[in-house]
Write a protein that binds this ligand. Structure first.
Ligand code: GLN
Ligand code: ZN
Length: 756
């Protein structure tokens, strides 16, 4: 058996690409310097895989921002507004990724969305009526050559035609059917270029095949690949799927002339059964995704070997593969100096997963696999208890009653009580929580971590920032204030560090979007709160102003979704444990005079199962109750806010309303406000703050632009229910853009308010 990797992380073990790119954005380094650095990174990644014995190593898994964006550029799906800027190709690419505001024009970025059920975001390609799809880029060919130059023959990985078209947004009259012929030709051209270059394999990533597919979708898949593979030449084609099973198109895929098919045995609940029932064509190679590309626990060799032995009855030629790209896990445990060996031996990051693939290959090559030392060592690891249980927490979860999930009195009654209590103006203005994490804030944190300053010095500085932040918000004229979250590196990591049962890492960064990385903590054991985590900051902020300051917490579903979860207990059980911990914090905030508490569920939508039939049974049936448990104990006069990072919840809108928060803020600016109509139609009760501008871009929205958005919102949202806020936290922005943006927001709200 050979080994393969779908894709490797690319930001660099020490986030080198992130830092270089950000310097480039600030004109601190040249394009050549950025290119040189990225070439070195790519080489390092290829070499690491080679040294660790991987047979099929991907190229073109690198990206300056995102692979969907790369594919759009490769296929010439570049809207005119970016072409018209007259920028060179890399700057045009970054304009699509981040928007552009400068001497050459003012354009917004492409929309950004969550990549399936991960916390990675892709740029949504736009195909307008002028689009002429054709092969027009060099990147995959350049990268293949760059690897070849250091003696490594790679398999280029490219987003497949089906996934590309399904995720693209058609902005004019044209639909998918109008571009199929052009897309087919472009992919044929890609294949023939690679055949000329001597590529042995090419990998087309088609995660969209694990979604619910209609018969039209399956027809599209067949049309696309019958065309693309019609005259395919010498390069073998691997259809790579991941994040689930392909039950809706399994037989169709097997009937298409692919040389290899990549299937996911980690998240694909039905993958094995599909093979058992329908067989696997003898002429095809199975790329078996058995090493989890999304989670960080060691592979259980006994289970994997049993699976592979079973599979070998059905498949002649098997390649050991990751379940998805390793993009979703950190680089290497080698960077972690603070984790003890007792913990580390249970973990595998990207580099360690390479070792697992190679060990599995070696075990399987032996006549008696189960007697090999690697196998025995692994079996030994899994036979021991991990020392991670807390009986009190387990009992508290078991003791939960139905009424613990219900807040009294009803929403309608609370709404009346709170209107009188808070006496806020119509269209109250607020922000989502964090303020810019400027260089001084980061320096303070890193000085403290390095031991250069004491805890008291560290806290004193944060207090000073809080006071300044409150003063700034008062000056800007916001109605409901925040403390600014200067003490938080990240909205989940911060809680991970403060909760018992969590492990946290030093360098275990995972790319979230573009140059933004997150460091998900690891749920090691049963979770509990041992001390208040946010009360001091919030209470201090409230003591400096007569306006209301929102307490700011992260909700249990988001904490769990943005952590690496346990695999030995259910997600539901972990979520309830975390919910009980956050509930204590909510009650402590309330007891300390905080009247408005925001419990962010930024990532609630993200882990919605990809198949509709699983939405409730596998997720919402515990996720929504976990949120309700957090706030059900507060007084009617305490206002509970929540925030979600995107508005793509039209199809679960009842469940969102059922979270029973008093106010919800969410992103809407980039998705054309389509959600607000749905809110009205569904009779949404919760008050709403659809974001009026996009904080993921440095662009400053004008007063008129924000007023227009508010006026549109008011067509569907009663004025008593509308809040005015940006679409997410401001931590990644600078003060230069944040202050004028918020001033415009307040001015726009005032103008519209007067007209009501
Ligand atoms: N309160 C958080 C912040 O403002 C929310 C961030 C998020 O939704 N991603 O940073
Ligand atoms: Zn957000």
């Amino acid at each position: 058996m050979k080994t393969s990797v779908i894709g490797y992380p690319r930001v660099g073990g020490l986030r080198e690409l992130k830092f270089a790119t950000e310097k480039y954005f600030k004109n601190a380094i040249s394009q050549e310097e950025l290119q040189d650095l990225s070439l070195n990174l790519k080489r390092t990644h290829w070499q690491i895989q080679k040294e660790n014995g991987i047979d099929y190593i991907s190229s073109n898994d690198f990206s300056f921002y995102d692979n969907m964006l790369d594919t759009a550029v490769l296929l010439n799906a570049v809207p005119n507004r970016y072409k018209e800027l007259g920028l060179d190709s890399l700057d045009k690419y970054f304009a699509m990724a981040r928007g552009y505001q400068g001497e050459k024009g003012d354009v917004k970025a492409l929309a950004m969305k969550k990549w399936f059920n991960t916390n990675y975001h892709y740029m949504v390609p736009e195909i307008d009526d002028d689009a002429e799809i054709s092969l027009s880029g060099q990147k995959p060919f350049d990268e293949f050559r760059q690897a070849q130059e250091i003696g490594i023959k790679t398999k280029p990985a490219i987003i497949g035609a089906f996934t590309f078209l399904k995720l693209a947004r058609f902005t004019g009259e044209k639909t998918i059917a109008d571009v199929v012929a052009d897309v087919v030709r472009a992919y044929q051209d890609i294949l023939s270029r690679f055949a000329d270059m001597g590529a042995e394999w090419i990998q087309f990533d088609e995660p969209a095949l694990v979604m619910d597919l209609s018969s039209d979708d399956v027809q599209l898949l067949s049309d696309l690949y019958n065309g693309i593979l019609a005259d395919k030449g010498s390069t073998k084609v691997l259809l790579q799927t991941y994040f689930g099973d392909i039950r809706d198109c399994y037989n169709d895929v097997m009937n298409l002339p692919f040389d290899g098919v990549g299937l996911d045995f980690v998240e694909g609940k039905k993958t094995l059964n599909l093979i058992k029932v329908s067989g696997f064509p003898t002429e095809k190679t199975l790329f078996a995704g058995v090493v989890n590309g999304k989670n960080i626990w060691r592979n259980n060799y006994s289970k994997t070997i049993d699976l592979l032995i079973e599979l070998s009855e059905f498949c002649q030629d098997i390649v050991l593969n990751t379940s998805c790209s390793l993009l979703h896990v950190p680089y290497s445990l080698k960077n972690e100096n603070n984790l003890s060996d007792k913990h580390k031996m249970h973990l595998a990051f990207a580099q360690e997963k390479l070792t697992e693939l190679t060990e599995l290959k070696s075990i399987l090559s032996q006549s008696d696999p189960k007697s090999s030392p690697e196998y025995k060592e692994n079996a030994d690891l899994f036979s021991k208890a991990r020392d991670c249980e807390n009986k009190d927490v387990q009992d508290a979860v078991l003791a939960l009653k139905q009424d613990d999930f219900v807040r009294h009195p009803s929403f309608e009654e609370r709404e009346k009580i709170q209107k009188a209590e808070f006496n806020l103006p119509l269209l109250p203005t607020t922000t989502i929580g964090s303020f810019p994490q400027t260089a001084d804030v980061k320096a303070n944190r890193s000085d403290y971590k390095k031991g250069n300053i004491t805890f008291d010095q560290y806290t004193a500085f944060n207090k000073k920032k809080i006071a300044e932040c409150i003063a700034l918000q008062e000056e800007i004229g916001l109605d409901v204030l925040v403390h600014g979250e200067f003490e938080r590196n990240d909205m989940v990591e911060y809680f991970g560090e403060n909760l018992d049962g969590y492990l946290f890492t030093e360098k275990a960064w995972v790319q979230s979007y573009g140059t933004r990385c997150v460091k998900p903590p690891i749920v090691w054991g049963d979770v509990s709160r041992t001390k208040p985590m946010t009360v001091e900051h919030s209470a201090y902020a409230q003591s400096t102003t007569s306006k209301f300051v929102k307490g700011m917490l992260t909700g249990p579903v988001t904490i769990l979704n943005w952590s690496f979860p346990r695999e030995d207990i259910s997600l539901k059980e972990s979520a309830l444990q975390i919910a009980l911990a956050i509930r204590c914090e909510v009650l402590d905030l309330e007891a300390n005079g905080i009247k408005i508490i925001q419990i962010d569920e930024a990532a609630l939508r993200e882990k919605l199962p990809l198949r509709k039939s699983d939405w409730h049974s596998e997720y919402l049936d515990w996720a929504i109750p976990a949120f309700r448990l957090v706030h059900s104990g507060v007084n009617a006069k305490t206002q509970i806010h929540t925030h979600m990072c995107y508005s793509e919840f039209a199809d679960i809108i009842k469940d969102i309303d059922n979270m029973d928060a008093d106010v919800i803020t969410f992103e809407a600016a980039r998705s054309d406000l389509s959600i607000v109509k749905t809110l009205r139609e569904s009779g949404f009760k919760t008050q709403v703050g659809p974001g009026v501008y996009d904080i993921h871009s440095p662009r400053i929205p004008s007063v008129t632009e924000i007023k227009d958005a508010l006026i549109k919102m008011l067509e569907n949202i009663p004025k008593e229910k509308l809040w005015v806020n940006p679409d997410c936290g401001l931590k990644t922005r600078g003060n230069e853009e944040t202050i004028p943006s918020l001033k415009n927001l307040v001015a726009a709200a005032k103008d519209v308010r007067e007209s009501l």
